[in-house]
Design a protein around this ligand. Sequence first.
Ligand code: FDA
Length: 410
Amino acid sequence: MTEKFDVVVVGAGAAGLFCAGLAGQRGLKVLLLDHSEKVAEKIRISGGGRCNFTNRDTTPANFVGENPHFCRSALSRYTPQDFIALLQRYNIAFHEKHKGQLFCDRSAEDVINMLLAECDAGGVTRWQPCHVSGIKHAASLYGTSAGSYQIESDRGLIETPQLVIATGGLSIPKIGATDFGYRIAKQFGLRLVEPRAGLVPLTFDGEAWAPYAQLSGLALPVLIETGSPDASPKQRKKAVVFAEDLLFTHRGLSGPAVLQISSFWRDGQPVRINLAPGVDLSTLLMRAKASSRKLIANELAALVPSRLADAWASSDPAWQKPVSEATDKALNTLADRLADWQLTPNGTEGYKKAEVTLGGVDARDLSSQTMESKQPGLYFIGEVVDVTGWLGGYNFQWAWASGHACAEAL
Ligand code: FDA
């Protein structure tokens, strides 16, 4: 027995739930299915359990992808203000934390419950868990002239003229991430941009990292950028620089600064970190040299966190002395190293720790107006597409905006 729907959405995460609800409310008979037992696990764990559901200041410049203009249309037609208005209709309290990032006051569950209520309002049928074993496109079993998608699942055969893939990326496999979306794209001849982990801690070679491992747990505000040390001044000018907190870990670097830059970092490239932004280290150390008998480490501790000052000063004999006895060259080198610390990661913590997956279904094979692919009736929304937001609520805003663009077109 085959069940027939106007639309089938695969993946009941942020984008799939939102799109299914809107499509149902437009009068379509919608099936939303997901292989996980629990709905929207990623929303549940997001934002430390409070879901940073959007960013008030979202612009296309906050997204990474091979086709930077692709996200423009969807983002302009469904804005952060639209999602805020939806939350307000459900009386969900929220607050702004940092740089436009909006979080629930209570819990991410509020967003999940709202999306489920929107699906209920649209009469959406939800099958969960439901495993899909194959999809083919063929003449309709019901004899209509247009082709249809026939989906084999452990709950039986499903037929639909419109199939929406919202299965996300590869991040956090233990809560249900799979490469399903990429496999379907390939099956129907669509191009893929090589996926890689994004918004992820960076790791360093054990030996090279040993002097810094003692700093594990230290957090401080920094400026961070990435790019080749041989970059031209013009390229350096165009480099993205983030002003955020950095966190030292046993294996490498984390914290918002590093998660942000990880989405721009490429294998073999260094990252460049200013560990004392806004502080003119060189001038202040020279001033100290003229008036103080303290050790360099102690003078430095007034300018940067003391653990960092100790670790830095102990890394070179020229810095292990009273500041009055140090040479100008030694003090200037110390200031330069702290203001432009260059180090080359050997990798990332990978998909088990990454908040997002960069790359995905190539935007050149999708309509930016509707999210429909070159394969008629097949749509891709959310993180499975090669559109990745910065840290700070942008990825959910893309899930809502792409889900909305698709639902309007179904
Ligand atoms: P999402 O991953 O939400 O959903 C995909 C769904 O497809 C899942 O339910 C999955 O089970 C299902 N699926 C996968 N394979 C399937 C298959 N073979 N068959 C059937 N179903 C399948 N972003 C942000 O803006 N603010 C934030 O605060 C955070 N915080 C955050 C924390 C952590 C720890 C992570 C890992 C990620 C974030 N993010 C975030 C990123 C954000 O969660 C992510 O970008 C969106 O959830 C993407 O929404 P999608 O609907 O595209 O995928």
